[in-house]
Design a binder for this molecule. Structure first.
Ligand SMILES: [Cu+2]
Length: 122
């Protein structure tokens, strides 16, 4: 803008610049990075020989555990904190959707020596 423009124009320009700076500052303040979306996974735990096999050390809220009972006996996958209790007739499978974070110990109600633990992350 030329220096010889009327003072009202220079003032208007300064005002617009101030508003643009304020809008930019507000945008920076309001902007929060969005965490990358983690796709829910399906994890499989096979039961055979009265044992939970390949129990994942960790999982995430929203993941599904598929319990596959390959034994000739019925089992359950029962959380000690009550968050799930899946009945697993012999040769059948069942599913649990993980809804709460935290370490969950689980066992079979029919064979209490069958145990496992998963750390469920948020
Ligand atoms: Cu059992």
């Amino acid at each position: 803008m030329p220096r010889n423009w009327p003072a009202s124009c220079r003032s208007r320009r300064r005002s617009l610049l101030r508003r643009a700076a304020a809008a930019l500052a507000l945008g920076v303040l309001l902007w929060t990075p969005t965490p990358p979306a983690v796709a829910a996974e399906r994890l499989q735990v096979v039961i055979s020989d009265l044992t939970f096999h390949d129990v994942p050390a960790t999982a995430h809220v929203g993941d599904t555990i598929e319990w596959v009972n390959k034994d000739i006996l019925d089992h359950t996958a029962t959380a000690r904190n009550g968050s799930f209790d899946v009945r697993l007739p012999h040769g059948k499978s069942g599913r649990t959707v993980l809804t709460h974070a935290g370490k969950v110990a689980f066992y079979c109600r029919f064979h209490p020596n069958m145990t496992g633990e998963i750390d469920i992350l948020p």
